[in-house]
Each structure stands twice: as structure tokens, then as C-alpha cells.
Design a protein around this ligand. Structure first.
Ligand SMILES: [Zn+2]
Length: 316
């Protein structure tokens, strides 16, 4: 979702505002029917156009179905990083066939969220072995509630589960590309994987990096603002100065954009922490707009300024 329709964003913002309202015990939308953003995003994905962007070497990215999807295409088949939303299957399949008609052999999940794993089952059915951090398997096996999204995810189907898991690092040799999976500890969740395509010099960070948008942080699954900052900072040291960086959401970026994003996280964390230490309530802090300097650039998407303030407030 690079450019979402206005009504879709409006729905998400209503929910974001509602989440903040609940957290601040303010009776927002007392009579409004609120749809979970999960349903709104699924609805959007059912018709969203899938775009294909060639990056470098044999690596491309597909956008338009939940999180960004990395694709390594080799003579042996494909390796995918994340699987988007299941209802996008026909359009994702057409986009993948446009790169090559060879089947997916591997699918790596950057983390457990459904906008990155909902397509697991059909990609597995096409022949892919699913690989993820061990905590991703744990969450997909269980019922998991994301309070901020107002949604409980049921356990996924057996075919959607990762069958290969790792803890700290795993290297996959695929044709002449070396793919390095690393977990640097908790950031966006407790099962984040960064994927580095060594030959192509492309780094996919999953939802540690939202390029040009305030990010979601999954506290319920071990994420935190400090973890996000730490992992974004590590991302700046991965690869080379010319590394192409694929975020979980937003356009493909580079080190300069990742640094700007990391600095934004640091700055807002400092602002919110200072106000919280002064004893101010969440409502008072939101009213003081601690994100103001960054809102024009980062605040126009799923996580609006008030919602992001809540997410930072939770962790300081
Ligand atoms: Zn996520």
C-alpha cells in the first residue's frame, strides 16, 4: 500500500484515534462502529494493484499487498521475503510469473504479523519451504491478540507454518546468491528477521523500518521503541554504503533515509520521555504534539501522530 485510497486511510485513522482514546479513557466514537484495521487492510488488498520494482542483481520488490515482498529470482526458482495478504494471491501470482515462471522454493517471514504472513499457505502450496525466527512459529501456532488493532488472530493453518526456524543467524546459499538471516533481538516484535542479499547488496528490514511513515510497535509481542531504535541503528551498519534498503512499508530506500528515520525515532522518544517524566498524562502529551516537527513527513499513514505518541509513551 503505497498510496491508499482516502476512505481506507480514513477508516484506519478512525481506529488509530479510537485506540488512543481507549488508552486515554476518553469516550471516542461512543456510537461509531469501528472496523478493525485488519479487515480494512484485507479489503484494500483484495483489489489493490501489485507493482514490481527491480532493485539490483536478481532481487525485486512487490508492493501493494500488506508489507513489501522481496523476491530473489534464480535459475533454480525463487526465494520470497514475506507473503503479503492472502486475498492478493491472483495479482501476486501474476506479478511473480512476470519475473519468472519458476516456483518459489523458499519463503522467509520477517516477523509474525499477518500483513507479512497471511499469504504463507498458498506460497507453501506452490512449493516453498517457510523459514522464520522461532518466535514467529510460536505466535502463528497460537491465538494472538493485538490490542491496538482490536483483533485476535487465530492459529494459522498447518501449511502456513514455518518448518525451518532459527535463533540468531542463518545463511542460505541459493544459486550464486548468499542470503543472510539475522535476529538482533527484539525491536518491532520478538521475532524480527533482517534479510541481507550479499551479492545484490540489498537489505530487507521488515517492519523495523517504515520509510516515510510512523511505524507500528508490537509491545504485546515483545517490541518496544527502544528496540526499534536499536535495530534501526544496527541496520545502518549492515551491508555497505550503497546498500539498497527495503522497508516493511513505504518506498525502497537507502542508508540516508534509514538514518533520517532512526533520528526521528530518537527525537520523538526524547520529547515524549521528557514530558512523561514531568508527570504529564498521555492526553496532555498528545495535546502538546511531541511529534509535530515530523508529522508532515511521517504522519500521513496508518499510524497517525497521536497513535505514534501512544506507542512511544508506552515504552518510556
Ligand atoms: Zn509488523
Amino acid at each position: 500500500m503505497n498510496k491508499a485510497p482516502t476512505s481506507f486511510l480514513a477508516t484506519l485513522r478512525a481506529i488509530a484515534a479510537c485506540a488512543v482514546g481507549i488508552a486515554m479513557s476518553i469516550p471516542f466514537f461512543a456510537s461509531a462502529e469501528v472496523t478493525s484495521p485488519v479487515l480494512a487492510i484485507n479489503e484494500d488488498a483484495a483489489t489493490a494493484k501489485i507493482t514490481v520494482q527491480a532493485l539490483r542483481g536478481n532481487v525485486s520488490v512487490l508492493m501493494g499487498s500488506g508489507g513489501n515482498i522481496g523476491v530473489l529470482s534464480e535459475p533454480d526458482g525463487k526465494l520470497l521475503v514475506d507473503a503479503g495478504i492472502a486475498v492478493s494471491k491472483p495479482r501476486l501470482k501474476a506479478a511473480l510469473d512476470g519475473i519468472s515462471t519458476l516456483p518459489p522454493k523458499f519463503l522467509i517471514n520477517t516477523h509474525w504479523h499477518w500483513d507479512h504472513t497471511d499469504g504463507n499457505e498458498w506460497v507453501h502450496d506452490e512449493g516453498a519451504t517457510i523459514i522464520a525466527h522461532e518466535n514467529v512459529l510460536k505466535r502463528l501456532l497460537d491465538r494472538t491478540r493485538v490490542i491496538e488493532w482490536g483483533y485476535t488472530f487465530p492459529p494459522v493453518a498447518p501449511g502456513a507454518l514455518p518448518t525451518v526456524t532459527y535463533v540468531k543467524q542463518k545463511t542460505i546459499k541459493f544459486a550464486d546468491e548468499t542470503v543472510i538471516l539475522t535476529n538482533h533481538g527484539s525491536g518491532h516484535s520478538d521475532g524480527d528477521t533482517t534479510v541481507y542479499f550479499k551479492k545484490a547488496d540489498v537489505l530487507q528490514l521488515g517492519d523495523i523500518f517504515w520509510n516515510g511513515h510512523y511505524p507500528f510497535i508490537d509491545y504485546g509481542a515483545g517490541g518496544s521503541i527502544d528496540g526499534m531504535i536499536r535495530l534501526a541503528t544496527i541496520g545502518l551498519t549492515q551491508g555497505t554504503a550503497n546498500t539498497i534498503i527495503v522497508p516493511g512499508h513505504g518506498p525502497v530506500g537507502d542508508r540516508a533515509q534509514l538514518k533520517e528515520y532512526r533520528d526521528m525515532l530518537v527525537s520523538i522518544r526524547k520529547n515524549v520521555s521528557t514530558l512523561k517524566k514531568q508527570g504529564k498524562s498521555l492526553a496532555e502529551i498528545v495535546a502538546q504534539k511531541p511529534t509535530a516537527k515530523f508529522d508532515a513527513k511521517y504522519g500521513d499513514y496508518v499510524i497517525d501522530p497521536a497513535f505514534f505518541t501512544l506507542l512511544v509513551y508506552t515504552g518510556v
